[in-house]
Design a protein around this ligand. Structure first.
Ligand code: AMP
Length: 542
C-alpha cells in the first residue's frame, strides 16, 4: 500500500522559490571583484534567476546541458546556479586554481556549452579558449560599464544577457533524480573525475546541513560563506542558506584576515564555514590588531583536519564554537560532523577537545564503516584504523561519463581513500589519506597526527609530513615546516617539542624548513608535489 501523500519532486528550484515567498527581503551581500560591496535580496535573486533562465532558453540551453561557472562567491554566481537548475541545465563549477591543462580537460570532458566568468578570470579563459571545443559563448559577470575588451568567443555582459530574458519560463516539473550540478575532483589517480549531483541529493544535503547536529542554522543566522562555490558543492550552503532564509555574506576574491574580519563584523555574521587556512589568517589578523569577534557564534571547519590551536584559540580567546566536519566532493559534501554530545559534554576541557578534534559522526543520510585491506569490517574501538567507506543518497555511485569505472563495492559502499578509526561513541577520526600514510617497520604512522602535533609549536605556520624511503624501516617521516613570519627555529626545537606528544617511534627522522608548501587547487597541501620535491632527499638515519 502506498502512502497518501502528495507527489512533490525534490527539485532545487523550490529552494529559491521558497526563499522568494517566505524571506524575500533577506539580504545577500557580495564583495565584488572591484572591492565594492553590493546588496541584494532573495526576492531579487529569484527574479533575476528567472530572467536568466528565460534568456538561456531563448539561446537554446536545455535540460541536461552543462554550463560552466568560473566565479567567486557572489550573488550573480548564485543567480546563475538557480537560473540553470530551474530549467534542469547543469551548473558546472570550474576551479580557477586549476592548471590550464586540467581546466581544458575538465571543460571539454564536461562539454560545457557556455562559461560564466568573473572579471578576474577573463585572461585565464582567453589563454585556453582555443582548446575549449564545446564552449559557444562566454558570459562576463560584471556591470555594463565594467565590460572589458576581450577576445573571448561571443562574449556578452551578464547584464545584457539578463536583459534578453522576460522571466516567462517554466521551472521544475522534472524528476528529482535529474542532474543538477557538476564538480570535478582531482581524485587520487588518473584524470579529474566529475561528481554529478542530482536535485534530490542537493535537497537532501541542503536540509541535512541545516540540522542541529550539523551546521545548526536558522533564519536568525547571518552566514559568511567563505567556502568557494567551486569547491565541493559549496558545502551545500547555496541550498541551506535560502532553505532556512539566513542572510548570506559572500567575500568574492578577498579571503585574507582583514577582509574576512571586516565582513564578519560589518554584517554581524553569526556563522561561517571555511578551510583551516582561512581561519589561521583571520586569527593572525585578530591577534596582531587586537580585535574581537562579538557577533560570531560558531564556525564550521573542514576540507582538511582542524588543528588543535585553531579550535582552542576560537574557544578561549573569542568564545566562538568550532564545529569540525569531514567530507568530500563525492559526499555532497558533509560526511561527518563533530558536536558536543551529552556523552562528552561534562568531560574536562582537554578530554572533550580530543573528541571535538575528531571528524565526528555521520548525519542520517550517511552510513560509514572502516575495513581492512581485504575488505573485512573492523571494530569501532577508536584504536584500529582502516579504509573509510561510506554510502548514502547524497554519495556518488559513478563519475560523469563513466570515468574510473565501477566505484562502489558489492555492498554499495564508496571507498573514500581516507584511513580512519571509529571510537565506541561513534566519532570517526581521519588518520591519513591511504596514499599518504607512512609505513614504518610494517606499522602505520599517521602523517596527519604528526602534522597536527607539530602545528602546536608556537613558531609553526604550516607543517607537512611525508614518508621517505628508509633501508631498515621501509619508510620514515620527514617533517617540513613553514615558520611564522619573523620566527626562527632549528630542527631540534621541533623534535624536542614533539617528545611526549607522539609515540616515540613516530618521531620524524629529520625536520626541514621551507618558505612555502605547494598547495593543490582546493587549498590542500599537495603531498604529491612534496614527494617529488624531496625525491632523493637522504634522511640522516638512512
Ligand atoms: P575534496 O573532495 O577536495 O573536498 O577532498 C576530500 C578530502 O579532503 C577527504 O577525502 C579528506 O582526505 C580531506 N578532508 C576533508 N575534510 C577533512 C577533515 N576535517 N579532516 C581531515 N581531512 C579532511
Amino acid at each position: 500500500m502506498q502512502g497518501l501523500m502528495q507527489d512533490w519532486q525534490l527539485t532545487c528550484d523550490r529552494v529559491i522559490t521558497h526563499a522568494k515567498i517566505n524571506h524575500p527581503d533577506r539580504e545577500i551581500i557580495s564583495r565584488q571583484v572591484s572591492g565594492a560591496i553590493t546588496r541584494t535580496t532573495y526576492g531579487e535573486v529569484y527574479d533575476r534567476a528567472r530572467l536568466l533562465s528565460s534568456a538561456l532558453v531563448k539561446r537554446g540551453i536545455k535540460l541536461g546541458d552543462r554550463v560552466g561557472t568560473m566565479a567567486w562567491n557572489n550573488a550573480r554566481h548564485l543567480e546563475v546556479w538557480y537560473g540553470l537548475l530551474g530549467i534542469a541545465a547543469i551548473y558546472h563549477t570550474l576551479n580557477p586554481r586549476l592548471f590550464p591543462q586540467q581546466l581544458k580537460y575538465i571543460a571539454n570532458h564536461a562539454g560545457d556549452r557556455m562559461i560564466f566568468t568573473d572579471l578576474t578570470f577573463v585572461p585565464t579563459l582567453e589563454a585556453v579558449q582555443d582548446d575549449l571545443t564545446s564552449v559557444e559563448t562566454f558570459v562576463i559577470m560584471c556591470d555594463r560599464d565594467e565590460m572589458p575588451k576581450t577576445r573571448l568567443r561571443n562574449a556578452i555582459c551578464y547584464e545584457d544577457l539578463i536583459a534578453e530574458g522576460d522571466g516567462d519560463v517554466r521551472w521544475g516539473d522534472f524528476d528529482e533524480n535529474t542532474a543538477c550540478g557538476l564538480c570535478y575532483t582531482s581524485g587520487t589517480t588518473g584524470n579529474p573525475k566529475g561528481v554529478l549531483y542530482s536535485h534530490r541529493s542537493n535537497m537532501l544535503m541542503g536540509m541535512t546541513a541545516a540540522m542541529g547536529g550539523a551546521m545548526n542554522v536558522t533564519g536568525s543566522d547571518v552566514c559568511l560563506m567563505v567556502v568557494p562555490m567551486f569547491h565541493a558543492n559549496a558545502w551545500a550552503l547555496a541550498f541551506t542558506a535560502p532553505m532556512v532564509g539566513m542572510k548570506m555574506v559572500m567575500p568574492g576574491p578577498f579571503m585574507d584576515g582583514k577582509s574576512i574580519y571586516e565582513l564578519l563584523e560589518g554584517e554581524k555574521c553569526t556563522f561561517s564555514a571555511a578551510v583551516p587556512t582561512v581561519w589561521l589568517m583571520l586569527l593572525n589578523y585578530l591577534e596582531e590588531n587586537k580585535k574581537k569577534l562579538p557577533h560570531l557564534d560558531r564556525v564550521l571547519i573542514g576540507g582538511s583536519a582542524c588543528p588543535r590551536a585553531i579550535m582552542e584559540t576560537f574557544d578561549k580567546d573569542y568564545g566562538v564554537q568550532v564545529i569540525h566536519a569531514w567530507g568530500m566532493t563525492e559526499t555532497s559534501p558533509l560526511g561527518t560532523v563533530s558536536h558536543i554530545e551529552p556523552e562528552i559534554a561534562d568531560l574536562p576541557y582537554e578530554e572533550q577537545l580530543s573528541y571535538r578534534l575528531k571528524q565526528g559522526k555521520p548525519p542520517l543520510i550517511v552510513e560509514m564503516k572502516i575495513v581492512d585491506d581485504d575488505g573485512n569490517d573492523l571494530p569501532r574501538d577508536g584504536v584500529v584504523s582502516g579504509v573509510l567507506k561510506v554510502r548514502g543518497p547524497a554519495i556518488s555511485k559513478a563519475y560523469f561519463g563513466g570515468e574510473g569505472g565501477e566505484i562502489l563495492d558489492a555492498g554499495g559502499w564508496f571507498d573514500t581513500g581516507d584511513v580512519a578509526s571509529i571510537d565506541p561513541l561513534g566519532f570517526m577520526q581521519i588518520t591519513d589519506r591511504s596514499k599518504d600514510v607512512i609505513k614504518s617497520g610494517g606499522e602505520w604512522i599517521s602523517s596527519i597526527d604528526l602534522e597536527n602535533a607539530a602545528m602546536d609549536h608556537p613558531s609553526a605556520a604550516e607543517c607537512a609530513v611525508i614518508g621517505l624511503p628508509h633501508p631498515k624501516w621501509d619508510e620514515r617521516p620527514l617533517l617540513i615546516v613553514v615558520l611564522k613570519a619573523g620566527k626562527k627555529a632549528k630542527a631540534k626545537d621541533f623534535t624536542k617539542f614533539l617528545i611526549g606528544k607522539i609515540a616515540k617511534w613516530w618521531m620524524p627522522d629529520d625536520v626541514v624548513f621551507v618558505d612555502e608548501l605547494p598547495h593543490g587547487p582546493t587549498g590542500k597541501v599537495s603531498k604529491l608535489e612534496l614527494r617529488e620535491q624531496f625525491k632523493g632527499y637522504k634522511l640522516p638515519t638512512a
